[in-house]
Design a protein around this ligand. Structure first.
Ligand code: FAD
Length: 454
């Protein structure tokens, strides 16, 4: 019967979006023998020219690397330019810096250039004979009950209709495929804007070298603001400044001098690193971008369509997991295809059911980490708890794993990560409480003895 289709039967899949997740998903599907057509609304990123020539970078960690490894791309991606970050470097207001390792020795997050990564993935997808890519081809309509999609070819300004066996929406945070799912399915959905937005700034190289220590994610925690900087292979750093959107607008209106004063007050060492003129010029010229968290479920419509990556779960960037989670979606989807022998009527619901709670847990963890990035990293209590976490991990390596390690350096399901973290926190809190009680009792006994002696 059609329900028992062999896993490698050549079926036609339309992948919508040739961003990071779409191009990787095309590779995964090609490996399974599907005939893949990838439609990307924009021009091919490999030939696109950017006015500034810069683009933000991304932290690639364990989950993303595992996905790349499965399609044989991990080494190539790293070879094409990656700077390992071993931990956070905290910049205090006085300009002092202190390093906080991410985890054990050898555990690091790779700072990658987004554009170069996307280029590598697209070229890899095109290397499969069963993948065809179409740029400047935009999905404009999807009638999911019929399984049809309408694509606008921007080169000719013509529309055409396709009826693939499966439509995979990898079209990012403003996904047209997600909108189509709303129209045809029963979708639970929530969207949350942060009052904070972000702006990109740039720290140039100093005499051709990194102006700060290279192998760290630099953080300036200044509740309610924060700034981070990540290294590029060419010796520069990309900064992301997070401020309330109103603050951005206010400073922009009040002009360069106010901008400079703001930086001198909150990020004095960054003024020197970025350069006064470059800083004020960029601040006035650059756009502050909004940050949004999106949760929805399920991710599919019958056996016809599914969404993955940011289209399914956009998250704020404070854990550096958006892309990693999207890459892990590709693994989970591929495993579901194997498990159900490619029977899409079973694969799609199983994927939604398995993945949606995990991605939702990760969306929440990101919001928690925003607090950590703004203020907690500055607190002695936070540091004490971090060291305690590592000590407990050393004592009980299988039972106690710090939160950051579980998220960034493991493939434990995100939902399970949250459950374990809550359980571990409870145990640590009770242990600390017990130790505090014990020390009060011991001190009491000691004082009584001392008083008795008198
Ligand atoms: P996208 O990269 O947005 O790609 C979607 C693609 O679909 C685009 O190419 C778009 O042109 C195309 N498209 C859209 N609509 C259509 C249509 N109708 N038809 C055809 N094509 C269409 N993640 C990490 O893992 N680590 C990090 O350190 C990290 N840092 C981040 C920092 C910032 C400031 C931000 C904003 C995000 C960060 N992320 C990070 C998240 C990461 O950028 C996203 O999770 C990732 O880009 C999602 O990939 P995607 O392919 O799902 O979506």
């Amino acid at each position: 019967s059609s329900n028992e289709a062999p896993p490698n039967c050549a079926r036609h899949v339309a992948v919508i979006g040739g961003g990071l997740v779409g191009s990787l998903q095309a590779c995964f599907l090609a490996e399974k023998g599907f005939e893949v057509e990838l439609f990307e609304a924009k021009e091919d990123i490999r030939t696109r020219k950017y006015a500034s020539g810069r683009s933000i970078n991304l932290g690639l960690s364990h989950r993303g690397r595992e996905a790349l490894k499965l399609v044989g791309l991990e080494d190539e991606v790293i070879r094409n330019g990656a700077v390992p970050m071993h931990g956070r470097m905290i910049h205090s207001l006085s300009g002092k810096t202190s390093a906080q390792a991410y985890g054990k020795k050898g555990q690091n997050v790779l700072s990658m250039d987004r554009r170069r990564l996307n280029e590598t993935l697209l070229t890899a997808a095109e290397s499969y004979p069963n993948v065809k890519t179409h740029f400047r081809h935009k999905l404009v309509q999807a009638e999911l009950d019929k399984g049809t999609i309408v694509i606008l070819d921007r080169n000719t300004d013509r529309e055409f209709t396709l009826r693939p066996d499966l439509i995979v929406g990898c079209d990012g945070v403003n996904s047209a495929m997600r909108a189509a799912l709303f129209e045809y399915g029963l979708i639970n959905y929530s969207q949350e804007y942060l009052t904070h937005g972000y702006m990109e700034l740039h720290i140039p190289a100093k005499d051709g070298k990194f102006a700060m220590e290279a192998n760290y994610l630099h953080v300036w925690p200044r509740e309610p603001f924060t700034m981070i900087a990540t290294p590029n292979p060419d010796g520069t750093f990309n900064c992301a400044l997070f401020l309330p959107l109103e603050e951005f607008a206010d400073i922009k209106i009040r002009g360069r001098q106010v901008c400079l004063e703001f930086f001198r007050e909150h990020f004095p060492d960054a003024v020197t690193l970025i350069g006064e003129q470059e800083l004020t010029e960029s601040f006035i010229a650059n756009r502050a971008c909004k940050l949004m968290s999106i949760k929805c479920s399920p991710y599919h419509y019958k056996d016809k369509a599914v969404i993955i990556g940011d289209a399914a779960h956009a998250m704020v960037p404070f854990y550096g997991q958006g892309m990693n989670c999207g890459f892990e979606d590709c693994i989970v989807f591929s495993e579901a295809l194997d498990k159900f022998d490619g029977d899409l009527a079973k694969v799609l619901p199983a994927f939604s059911e398995y993945r949606s709670p995990d991605a939702q847990a990760m969306c929440d963890l990101n919001l928690y980490n925003f607090k950590e990035m703004r203020s907690l990293v500055n607190s002695r209590w936070f540091l004490f708890r971090k060291y305690l976490d590592w000590f407990l991990q050393w004592l009980f390596p299988k039972r106690h794993i710090p939160l950051y390690t579980m998220v960034t350096f493991s493939r434990i399901r995100y939902g399970e990560v949250v459950r374990r973290w809550k359980r571990q926190t409870k145990i640590v809190n009770w242990t600390l409480f017990g130790m505090a009680c014990l020390s009060v009792v011991v001190t009491g006994i000691f004082i009584r003895r001392f008083v008795n002696l008198e």
